[in-house]
Design a protein around this ligand. Structure first.
Ligand code: URP
Ligand code: ZN
Ligand code: ZN
Ligand code: ZN
Length: 478
């Protein structure tokens, strides 16, 4: 067991900042001390194994990305990051925990899907990982299995109001699942888009020759997101089950959440960096020499990135400030252009949905601090502390305090990060949707359970460093 002392940095939490030293013993944080403190009369810098000088830098709890899809089967292919490559990329970007989605598709059994996910992740991860469960086929058997997930440390499940024929659940199925959630304390996560309506609009667009990636954003109209969000809120109200809406991108969907919250309902929402920075006009509608108007395929994800003229992006930043949205995850779901996104050449409906961002979330959200959209403390809250509380990991994760895991990031506000330019990223993709983005900050050192896994632009960890997080029930609810 080795000891590490991080000295001279500004320790930032969700509620404040202070100059402090952080002592890690083995895998755990054991003390947060006034700078230069002695412990039992001993000069700590002389007695610990490693001293890390964080003068002029921020010392923050490691990032928690609560929405990733390593190896997700989608559109006839699989998300291109494995647990090995995806969690290593996450580590590079200052994320020390992910919560990925174990998958049940229609016609398969939940425990089989869960066992498969454990098999894919075990021994391969660079950082700690937990699972949510996707329920893609609600029937008596899956409903009976849901409560048993809690003992497995899986305390949340995701349902889809979109993707008919793949992951889709109808209102009756959602209602029944939410009743189980209300009875057990499981948290219901919802992909809130009206899938049947979107599929009709998409078919009509494609049949009239509107086949480029841009029309993915037209077919997936904001009204379909607002309507589904409202419906999910109402079903949550009927059942009394709390609701967590994933990847919110429409300002009207945020308004639905805000209205329900104002009435006292336990509904929550996350957004993702792509909905803060990217737009229908500049990205889904982009063209390039290499890809022509298929360039936009890099930015095809669902919910879609939306019109800047309609003001969705500004509204997402606002909602993060006002707590109408509580968290930022990535929905990391990477696909290469050459052999995966191109499945949809000539028909946007066949483009695998997803963007790879797991490496960049901490940097992209820090840029919001630089531009004055959020405070330093809110950055930590949105990217680490609330994910920990929302998904039952707080105390172990999401905070720098004695007893917490030694998951710590040293962030240099005077550093600089050129994201993805010339394949400098570490995700298993042949491009990056974030290529060319510049961030005024830099992940200098990443410590996971007391071990330095990234330092000075070098990866020092190993596959298998990360282990499964058995989560408790949400700590965000009364
Ligand atoms: O485009 C996306 N979001 N792909 C992953 C699947 C999902 O809906 O989260
Ligand atoms: Zn989704
Ligand atoms: Zn997702
Ligand atoms: Zn630096």
């Amino acid at each position: 067991m080795s000891t590490t002392l991080i000295t001279g940095g500004t320790v930032v939490s969700a509620t404040g900042r202070a100059l402090a030293d952080v002592l890690i013993d083995g895998e755990k944080i054991v003390a947060v001390l006034a700078p230069g403190s002695e412990l039992l009369g001993t000069d700590l810098t002389a007695s610990v194994d490693t001293v890390i000088d964080a003068t002029g830098k921020y010392v923050i709890p490691g990032g928690i990305d609560a929405h990733t899809h390593m190896q997700l089967p989608f559109g006839g292919t699989f998300a291109s990051d494995t647990f090995e490559t995806g969690t290593r990329a996450a580590a590079w970007g200052g994320t020390t925990s992910i919560v990925d989605f174990a998958v049940q598709t229609y016609g398969t059994k939940v425990p089989d899907g869960l066992a498969k996910w454990h098999e894919l992740a075990a021994g391969n991860c660079a950082i700690d990982y937990g699972f949510h469960q996707i329920i893609g086929g609600v029937d008596d058997e899956s409903l009976a299995f849901l409560p048993t997930l809690i003992d497995e440390g899986i305390t949340s499940f995701k349902m889809f109001m979109a993707y008919p024929g793949v992951f889709y659940s109808d209102d009756a199925q959602i209602l029944k699942s939410m009743q189980v959630a209300a009875d057990t304390g499981l948290l219901t996560m919802m992909h809130a888009e009206n899938g049947p309506v979107i599929d009709v609009l998409a078919e009509q667009l494609a049949e009239s020759g509107k086949t480029s990636p841009y029309y993915h954003g037209i077919a997936r109209a904001w009204q379909a997101e607002e309507e589904a969000t409202h419906r999910a809120i109402m079903l949550s109200h009927i059942t009394g089950a709390p609701l967590y809406v994933v990847h919110v991108s429409a300002k009207q969907a945020v308004e639905q959440l805000a209205m329900a919250r104002d009435k006292g309902q336990n509904v929550f929402g996350e957004t993702c960096p792509q909905y803060l920075y990217m737009s229908l006009e500049e990205h889904l509608g982009a063209t390039s020499e290499q890809w022509g108007d298929f360039e936009g395929a890099k930015y095809v994800c669902s919910t879609p990135i939306r019109s800047r003229a309609e003001g969705h992006q500004d509204h997402m930043w606002q909602a993060l400030r006002t707590n109408d949205l509580q968290m930022v995850s990535t929905d990391h779901c990477p696909f290469c252009m050459t052999d995966q996104k191109t499945l949809g050449l000539g028909d946007f409906r066949k483009i695998p949905n997803g963007i790879g961002s797991v490496e960049h979330r901490m940097d992209l959200m820090y840029q919001g601090v630089v531009t004055g959209e959020i405070t330093l403390e809110r950055w930590v809250e949105l990217t680490s502390t609330t994910p920990a509380r929302m998904f039952g990991m707080y105390g172990k994760k999401g905070v720098i305090q004695p007893g917490a895991d030694g998951d710590v990031v040293i962030y240099d506000p005077n550093g600089h990060t050129s994201i993805g330019l010339g394949k400098t990223h570490h995700m298993n993709m042949d491009h990056s949707a974030w290529e060319g983005f510049e961030v005024d900050g830099h992940v200098d050192t990443v410590i996971s359970k007391g071990k330095v896994i990234v330092d000075d632009n070098q990866y020092l960890g190993r596959k298998g460093d990360g282990s499964f997080i058995k989560r408790g029930l949400s700590q965000y609810l009364v």
